[in-house]
Ligand binder design. Sequence first.
Ligand code: FE2
Length: 570
Amino acid sequence: MAAVLGISGEYHDAAAALVVDGVVVAAIQQERLSRVKNDARLPIDAARACLAHAGLAAGDLDRVVFYEDPIAKLERVMVSTLRTFPRSLRQFPRALGAQLGEKVWVIDRISEQLGVARDKVSSTEHHRAHAASAFFVSPYPRAAVLTVDGVGEATSTALWHGDGTGLRELGRIEYPHSLGLLYAGLTAYLGFEVNEGEYKVMGLAAYGQPRLRDEFARLIRLDSDGTFELGLPYFAYLADAELGFGPAMEALLGPRRPPHRPWELDGPADQRYADIAATLQAVTEDALLALAREARRRTGEAALCLAGGVALNAVANARLAREAGFEQVFVHPAAGDAGGALGAAVLGALELGDPRPGPLASAALGLPIDVAATHAIARELGLGVRSAGDIAGEVATMVAGGKIVAFCQGRFEWGPRALGQRSILANPADPESRERLNRAIKRREPFRPFAPAVLRDRAAEYFDGAAGDLAPFMTTVCPVTERYRDRLAAVRHVDGSARVQTVTSASAPELASVLGALERTIGLPIALNTSLNGAGEPIIADGIDALGFLMSHPIDALVVGDLVITRGAA
Ligand SMILES: [Fe+2]
């Protein structure tokens, strides 16, 4: 029996995850603690927080596993840079400097900064860590596993067969051919921030039609066996890692969309960008579908697990679940690079002979909120604080009355979604609540929908296809049933779908109670649920963050444990 820490970072979202005796006891993304969105720095704070939560010291660790192989990654950067010489001249010193300067020595730095002996720190492969994060905490004894992202060391896509505690690679597609980099390149072209704006592209796609198939046939060539090749002249990431697309892309699709220009979706210019987003989404789905069908053919398994940044595409996941021929599909809640920390930890634990973890029942793997400390600080700040006897009932009454309530309970979530531990709740049947939420707090583009949380055993009445293993972690979309289409307009996208979260008393007990109370109050076991953060900020972690949010945003109340906190006197 062993204690194993997994670490991801230095590229995208840094995170740490701790597995003790085969149980995932904590998993924390660095951005939640540092308050720097997508913080990629070595997650020493997150690692220490995981250890402290488990009552362990660094000296108690049997193994620390970094989520990718720094030397293999250096080789990829050098080889691809040299291959595109002299086009890549500008990138060369920067890429090499970043790798040689610090990243190659990441194992030594982890050892030093964490205070763990060097021989206890090792690394695994990027895509193996993704695959492990998806399969080993899935509900399935055996499964096909697909990992699809921008790029790991050299791999962008891999197919695996998971069986018990084993994970065997069956095939891979290598950089620069990458669905993640295709999506990232077009995300930049559409004027959004890469690694952040992909969700916006997905939302925008519903407003367009996939009319640019011919143009996209030049950007990516798909084969029926799931392999694909990008049209490299259109992509600039070989030469400029920051932009992602080159002049040839603008010659093909027209000028890029200026960032920050307000959206006018009924105008012809933005309609074309919506069509580009729709075509990108359609092509990405086609590619994933071909990969998944090949995975089914090669493994013969009935279940599919997914991870890697591309698996955060909930619309594509829904299509896989419907059309790829699998009976069940599971996506790791932190499918992006943060999730690699959890995969790396599980791989280390299995190697040391520990059992495979059980299926992930809840994403509440972060630090708990300190209700007493929050109470004391709120009083010092002169805020109104009172304890409620029936907190679920009070929240339901407020939400039913059109109030917007920040809701903090227990340990914060693992992954990019707020799942009822650090959420903002509003009435799902009240378009005015949604408008106020968006105008005053979230300031999202008009094409980004808000999502509903629904009691799992009541979900089928309101949403089609919400019964599977995807909805608990908000990794899919489901059509709203005909009967509730009008009533649930505030949580429905323009295409009639909703990114549903199904809730049980095991996954988010306090939210489940609120949903039960809402059913008694408004006749719907549903809340509009969005993440508790301001525009561009990481989701709230502790009570101080939450109080700061209350004081700087026009929400009606902050609920922490059984406390109702308001700006005025109690
Ligand atoms: Fe990745």
